[in-house]
Design a protein around this ligand. Sequence first.
Ligand code: APR
Length: 232
Amino acid sequence: MQTSEIVILTGAGVSAESGLSTFRDKGGVWSQVRLEDVATPQAFMRDPVRVHDFYNSRRGRLPTVMPNPAHEAIARLQRGFAGRVTLITQNVDDLHERGGSPDVIHMHGQLNHALCAGCGHQWGWQGSMSTGDVCAACGAQGTVRPDVVWFGEMPYHMDLIAERMAGCDLFVAIGTSGAVYPAAGFVAGAREQGARTIEINLEPSENTALFDEQRLGRASETVPQWVDSVLK
Ligand code: APR
């Protein structure tokens, strides 16, 4: 069957070889800090300074890391594939964009964006953020937060994601453990509507049984190989 609509979902594993830690691997982010302390609305209410420190250090890392061949291969596919490629990422880094991807759906938000918890305004942000910052739109102080979707919050762009998932004939998950919903449920939806499903990961994910094909290995090698096979 000719593939015409590809949906790609990426997770932290696609940025691992660029030097950004994943969350659940050995020594990952959640083995160093409790997500309840830095990645929930309650954490921000309880201790905004600690939450800002956590995201400031992650945002501060971005200029020091570079896209890797996996990011670049995905961008090559987006530019070279005759059909439509939808790139959905759970990552909040900017490596897909810097790797040349023209369109990126950040379902968990972005480190280099700010959100006003008061008026909902979103805008670009570089450098550190603190409780002293004021909203660029409403001028409120103390409501400026990282524009990152926290646990317990609704991911962004879910309507667009549902629309693209409904129309795809190939769904490819790259570098994600399949541990966090709703992203971890996308593969089941793809199968229900008859799409082929491929998992490209260092090791089998939690929902590996739902994928028709596994390509195991390091993304910087496995993703370019897969893209070459699609574009040949
Ligand atoms: N190449 C390919 N895959 C890799 C590599 C690599 N070099 N290194 C690690 N991986 C795989 C791991 O095997 C693991 O399955 O990447 C996956 C990373 O899983 P997680 O750390 O759970 O990251 P992710 O799936 O993106 O987490 C989803 O959870 O904490 C929240 O919001 C956060 O977006 C994140 C979400």
